[in-house]
Design a binder for this molecule. Sequence first.
Ligand code: JCE
Length: 234
Amino acid sequence: MRLDYLTIFPEFFDVLGISLLGKAVDNGIVDIHAHDLRTWTHDRHRTVDDTPCGGGAGMVMKPDPWGEAFDDLLGADPDPSVHVVIPTPSGTPFRQDDAAQLSHADRIVFCCGRYEGIDHRVIDYASEHWSVHELSLGDYVLNGGEVAALAMTEAIVRLVPGVLGNPESLSEESYSQDQEGLLEYPVYTRPASWRGWDVPEVLMSGHHGHIAQWRREQSRELTRRRRPDLLTDE
Ligand SMILES: Nc1cc(-c2ccc3ccn(Cc4ccccn4)c3c2)[nH]n1
């Protein structure tokens, strides 16, 4: 899987060389390239923004640098197997299903906007050539797309076979189908007693059936309290 990031802050993506994702890069499972969008500017000030047509506050990202970056990175031939992800507050919510689908992609290009956003014609042009996903990280406003791209990258890449040491852990996670789409149960480790708090006895019983039942009940109760929207049978 090749991941490209178009951004005016390429150093944001240096962190992808750390930990699990770093190992995936070392193992050749993932190939990461961050690009400074100003590479595709030609004026002395390396300008990437301009005033919004129709007025309004702030600045908008000019289309030219994006188009030239696309030309260099992707060429002009349409290829629906290339996924262009554009983080935006007006996108569809990024969910685990999106991460699962994108984890099968061979190529993903993240377009990280700043200012008040990217000239919409960039999205129109990209949509004619590649598979475009305008995605929101959540119902809050960030200053740009980089943090969202990092979060989406981690959610996507951890699902790629060979990236996680223990793929079994994927099936027990919140939002996974094996977890029935419920929130994850509380987890504990040693010591059995810590600052007056004890590990639930059932987890020390060694009775796997009782433990599984307790975990199911915990997941349902937690989901009922915090995320009733995830419960389908009520
Ligand atoms: N879930 C999300 C995604 C974003 C996001 C993604 C990309 C950009 C490019 C610019 N901004 C700032 C901005 C602020 C106000 C209105 C428009 N844009 C972004 C914000 N915020 N929250």
